[in-house]
Structure formats: structure tokens, C-alpha cells
Design a protein around this ligand. Structure first.
Ligand SMILES: Cc1ncc(COP(=O)(O)O)c(C=O)c1O
Length: 378
């Protein structure tokens, strides 16, 4: 613990030193079952043998070179992603917010200076940089930082008519999380997303998904758009893509591939270390983990619903795969603190929702263990 670090987080009073699989350990040696995965990041859990060995081998070869030159892990990753998604092009950066900023720039360029307005969603979360913060549909994060980037309006997720009503001759894009994460796990429906795609096509708008949290295997498909069967023009993703090594990414279809040399860049973006790690994550996901998320995600839903039927403090269970939430009658923070004391790490989402975003390697026995600790804490 240190008072030299800016006070932007309210941290729990433990210092984590190492991890193994689904578990992490603190300085005092206490073991915790990890159902937060560093906020949906550690896709392969901790100390994954293939990931750690690939990273250390890559570090011995080369860590960073900039995008003035080509590097093989980056090309390999781009090929893998394009081959397994409906997208044609990739841009690598370092974080979710940076990827969302890139989407905003793509929409500005697509609008050609004439159109620039983005329709985003209420209760959305897109990041803390000034552009992504303007897209975020929650005033609590914005109020100390006004004025924000203009040209972004918010409508409720799930209301296609509200999108139609918000379109002006300046509108260029619709931006949404197919599963809203931070505000409390709110999935969109297939019908709604199909309707939004239609609206965007009819009005020459870009459809852009923020898959920073719900992408990279959380739904049981590589990306959430593939789970819903609706192809946006571009997605932003980050978090779990490199299993804990910082990375962000935009994927775009040809329609949204509008940026030219010199118009966008990122010094670290797609460096050999991060893309080497992401190659391992994508290989592991395609090699069986996605199937395991599909199966065990259903098991998690069943177990959470069973717990709900035994405990009246749980009023709703929602989500997809390994991105689920339980809405409580009490504040989530109380339960999360108690769970931590009992050896279980969880993350909140909104005031009353406990979020379950375990490493994608979680198995039924881990879900059973989590449920039994949680039951004692609620
Ligand atoms: C949906 C979504 N978009 C964007 C972000 C911002 O990502 P980062 O913290 O990597 O900048 C987050 C972070 O939680 C997120 O959940």
C-alpha cells in the first residue's frame, strides 16, 4: 500500500503477489478464488504455462519496435482474427478507451466533415479518456470534467424507435455495448441489434460495437457480434485479448476501413510482446475454451438462478456465458467485501449488481466453490 499513488481508486486492503489457474494469493499467503479476472482480463487465468512461456520467449527475442517496421506476431494475430471474424482490417492499440477513441475518429472520417453526431446508449460505459467519456451514458463519471466532446446523444439500449427519433442530418454512427457491463450487465437482444443494423443501413450510418468487455470469448463466441449474429461495421475490444498484457484493438469491415497513413497511430500498439500474448489467447480460445465457456456459462446461469430461488436478496440474474450479474436488494460492495474475506474475489457493476467475469478457463467445480462462498456471504 502506498500514498504516493494518485488517489483515483478505492482499493481493497490486500496486496496480491501471484496466481495459479483460477486462484490468486496475497502477500500473507491467503488464497482467493478469482471470479473477477482483473475485471474480465485474465482470459487464461493465472500462470498459464503456454502464455507465460510464449511471453518469456518473445521477451528474449524482442519486446518493442514501433509501427515504423513490421513484426511477425502482429501479422500472425491480424491473419488469425480476420480469418475467424466477419471483419477485414485490424488496428492495434493499448486499452479499451483508446480503441473507442479510434472508433470515434473512424466515424468522424466516415462523415467527411458533414456528419459527426454519434448516437450512444444511456447506462453505457466506454472509458475515461475525454472522447470515450463523452460517449459514456452516465453523468456520474462526466460531471467533474465538463465540457465534454460535443456531438454525442444518448438513448436507452433496447429502444430502436429512440434511435430513429434521434437521427438528424448530422448523424454518422450508432455506438453500443451488445452487453452493457459496468452499469450492471444488461444484454441487448438479437431482434433489437438486427433492427439497429437495418436502421444504420437505411440511413448510411456506421454501426459500432464496444466489445471491450463482452468480446474475446466472454459470450462463448470469439466476439459478441458473432454470438448475436449481427455484424457491425467496426468493434473496439481490449481487456482479455492478451490475457493480461495491455492491448486494445479495432476491427473493421471494408466499409469502416477509412483511416489513411498518418491519420491515426499508437506507439506501443500491436508490439511483439502484446501480440505474441494475444496469439496464445486466440489459439487457446479457438482450441476448446470457447466451447467450455458455452457449456460452463449455462451451468453458471443455472447455479445463480438456483441460488436466487434460495435467497430473496437476489432479485435478478442476467448475462451471457462468462459475463453475468446478480442484482441484489443490498449494495454489492458489502457482499464483495465479505466474499473477499472468505477467499473469493468478485467485482461489482453498478450499485447493486455483483458481476461474474471469471477467467474463461473456469470449470464446474470452480462455479460450485464460488456459489458456496457467495451463499454464505449474502
Ligand atoms: C465496455 C467498456 N468499454 C471501454 C472500457 C475502457 O477500457 P480501458 O479501461 O481499457 O480503457 C471499459 C472498461 O471497463 C468497458 O467495460
Amino acid at each position: 500500500m502506498s500514498d504516493l499513488i494518485m488517489n483515483t481508486y478505492s482499493r481493497y486492503p490486500i496486496t496480491l503477489t501471484h496466481g495459479d489457474g483460477m486462484y490468486v494469493f496475497d502477500k500473507a499467503g491467503k488464497k482467493y478464488l478469482d471470479f473477477g479476472a482483473g475485471i474480465a482480463v485474465n482470459s487464461l487465468g493465472h500462470n498459464h504455462p503456454v502464455l507465460t512461456s510464449a511471453i518469456s520467449e518473445q521477451a528474449k527475442k524482442i519486446i518493442h519496435i514501433s509501427n515504423l517496421y513490421w513484426n511477425e506476431p502482429q501479422i500472425e494475430l491480424a491473419e488469425k482474427l480476420v480469418a475467424n471474424t466477419p471483419f477485414d482490417k485490424v488496428f492495434f492499440c493499448n486499452s479499451g478507451a483508446e480503441a473507442v477513441e479510434g472508433l470515434i475518429k473512424i466515424s468522424r472520417k466516415f462523415g467527411g466533415g458533414e456528419r459527426f453526431e454519434i448516437i450512444a446508449m444511456e447506462k453505457s460505459f466506454h472509458g475515461r479518456t475525454t472522447g470515450s467519456l463523452a460517449a459514456t451514458g452516465q453523468t456520474k463519471y462526466q460531471k467533474a470534467f465538463l465540457p465534454l466532446l460535443p456531438g454525442i446523444v444518448h438513448v436507452p439500449l433496447g429502444d430502436a424507435e429512440a434511435i430513429k427519433a434521434a437521427i438528424t442530418d448530422k448523424t454518422v454512427a450508432v455506438l453500443l455495448e451488445p452487453v452493457q457491463g459496468e452499469s450492471g450487465i444488461h444484454p441487448a437482444t438479437v431482434e433489437y441489434l438486427r433492427e439497429v443494423r437495418k436502421i444504420c443501413d437505411e440511413n448510411n450510418l456506421l454501426l459500432m460495437f464496444d466489445e471491450v468487455q463482452c468480446g474475446v470469448g466472454r459470450t462463448g463466441e470469439l466476439f459478441a457480434c458473432q454470438y448475436f449474429g449481427v455484424t457491425p461495421d467496426a468493434i473496439a475490444t481490449a481487456k482479455g485479448l492478451a490475457g493480461g498484457v495491455p492491448i486494445g484493438m479495432i476491427m473493421a469491415t471494408k466499409r469502416a476501413d477509412v483511416l489513411c497513413a498518418g491519420e491515426h497511430a499508437s506507439t506501443f500498439g500491436g508490439n511483439p510482446l502484446a501480440t505474441c500474448a494475444a496469439n496464445v489467447v486466440i489459439d487457446e480460445l479457438l482450441g476448446g475454451i470457447l466451447d467450455s465457456v458455452k457449456e460452463n456459462g449455462k451451468y453458471l446461469t443455472e447455479k445463480l438462478n438456483a441460488l436466487k430461488s434460495r435467497n430473496s436478496k437476489i432479485v435478478d440474474v442476467r448475462g451471457i456465458g462468462f459475463m453475468q450479474g446478480a442484482e441484489l436488494t443490498v449494495t454489492a460492495a458489502e457482499v464483495i467485501k465479505k466474499a473477499m474475506e472468505n477467499g473469493l474475489l468478485l467485482v461489482g457493476a453498478g450499485e447493486k449488481v455483483v458481476r461474474f467475469t471469471p477467467p474463461l478457463i473456469a470449470q464446474k467445480e470452480h462455479i460450485d466453490e464460488m456459489i458456496s462462498i457467495l451463499e454464505n456471504c449474502i
